[in-house]
Design a protein around this ligand. Structure first.
Ligand code: GDP
Length: 430
């Protein structure tokens, strides 16, 4: 009767207990069976597990506990993140691959590191000696020995329970009883010392958050400083560049712009055209050709056309002036150099030359070079890279007495008497 009453009291007490939120960390080497265990507890088939990248989180309800388990990846490089979850953990589930004897030393070192951590020491630890279904798997006693478990837990004042199990035997309600038993044990210990543990966890969590905030601020400060330094460097560099470019500008000699404004060029050419027109009309008047009023009209018309197509006319005017000058020059040359040869051949050559040279680019300031009189001075020869000066070239001499008329339309001389190109006779410089 007394025991029945005691049982009723404890049940009532438990029923009145508030729901407790508990966080656990599940750690161990990679391939130990952590994810398989977590899935099994959650009620999922533990065979379809993918390797954990980072961590996964599972939530379950166990009696009055709302349990959150962080399944942390066990790869060597990822183990560093485990400590970030220690502060909020009420207890640890450490999974061991009992069939992998070769990695027992590594497992021992890893476990030692975990228990040594100030945010873990003193908290309860459940060791799951997993993969017991595998042949040759170490038994409970061997695992305890291999890991020097007793020594470790005593050193770090951790309450410990070891459960030999197999995560792939079943899942959900049919999960390996050892796992279920181990989980009950852990939650029971946590429940027993809940207030003390909870206080520690609140304190540790606050400290950790403060630390994280500080680290975040420090990181932000470092980034800000680095950015400021970089910006300062860029400003200094820009200033330096600015000064040097100014200095360069100062040291450069002042070069007069060879290109005059287009408006002034247009005006100049218009004036020139007008002058030419006037001169022509005066000449015609003196010859007694067209009446004066007609010439004026023509001039007005011409001027209006000029103002309409000023740019085009200017360009054309310049070219025309230059053509005239060039023609005069060439004609003079022809007269002086080839007065004796009055053949059509020389005329053809002159025409060809005229056409070729009329494509030359006109200098902007044509005042000096443009013809002002019917016999203008010759324009300077074109100057360009690699163009030899005409005056330096030896004057070409006519080839003996051979003239175009001498052989044009006449039969060729006999082959023996004909001069062959590239022959000795041809190459000889007389
Ligand atoms: P984790 O890296 O610790 O998360 O290990 P996993 O849970 O991913 O398991 C690694 C491999 O071991 C998977 O192929 C699982 O199917 C397998 N495994 C996990 N637990 C057991 C077990 O108890 N017995 C056997 N035979 N294989 C298991």
């Amino acid at each position: 009767m007394f025991s029945l009453m005691a049982n009723c009291c404890s049940w009532f007490k438990r029923w009145r207990e508030p729901v407790r939120k508990v966080t656990l960390v599940m750690v161990g080497l990679d391939n130990a069976g952590k994810t398989a265990t977590a899935k099994g507890i959650q009620g999922e088939y533990p065979e379809d597990v993918a390797p954990t990248v980072g961590f996964s989180k599972i939530d379950l309800r166990q009696g009055k506990f709302e349990v959150t388990i962080f399944d942390l990846g066990g790869g060597k490089r990822i183990r560093g993140i485990w400590k970030n979850y220690y502060a909020e953990s009420y207890g640890v589930i450490f999974v061991v691959d009992s069939s992998d004897e070769e990695r027992m030393e590594e497992t021992k070192e890893t476990m030692s590191e975990v228990l040594r951590h100030p945010r873990i020491s003193g908290k309860p630890i459940l060791v799951l000696a997993n993969k017991q279904d595998k042949e040759g798997a170490l038994g409970e006693a061997d695992v305890i020995e291999c890991l020097s478990l007793e020594k470790l837990v005593n050193e770090h004042k951790c309450l410990c329970q070891i459960e030999p199990c197999s995560a792939v035997l079943g899942y959900g309600k049919k999960i390996d009883k050892s796992i279920k038993k181990g989980l009950y044990w852990l939650l029971h210990i946590i429940a027993r010392d809940f207030d003390a543990l909870n206080e520690r966890i609140q304190r540790d969590t606050t400290e950790q958050r403060a630390l994280e905030e500080q680290e975040k601020r420090e990181r932000a400060e470092r980034v800000r400083k680095l950015r400021e330094e970089r910006e300062q460097r860029e400003r200094e560099q820009a200033e330096l560049n600015g000064t040097s470019s100014l200095a360069e500008l100062d040291s450069e000699p002042i070069i007069v712009n060879p290109f005059q404004p287009i408006a002034s060029v247009i005006l100049e050419n218009e004036r020139k055209l007008e002058k030419d027109k006037k001169r022509h009309s005066m000449e015609k008047d003196s010859d007694g050709c067209p009446p004066k009023h007609k010439t004026e009209n023509e001039q007005i018309e011409t001027q209006s056309q000029i103002s309409d197509n000023s740019q085009k006319n200017n360009e054309l005017g310049i070219v025309e002036n230059y053509k005239e000058a060039l023609t005069q020059q060439l004609e003079n040359e022809d007269d002086t150099d080839q007065r004796s040869s009055e053949s059509d051949n020389s005329k053809k050559k002159t025409k060809k030359l005229r056409i070729k040279r009329s494509h030359r680019v006109e200098p902007v300031n044509t005042d000096d070079s443009a013809p002002k009189s019917p016999t203008p001075p010759p324009p300077p020869p074109p100057v360009g890279w690699g163009t030899p000066k005409v005056t330096r070239l030896p004057k070409l001499e006519p080839l003996g007495e051979t003239r175009h008329n001498d052989f044009y339309g006449k039969p060729l001389p006999p082959l023996s008497a004909r001069q062959r190109p590239n022959s000795d006779a041809h190459d000889v410089v007389s």
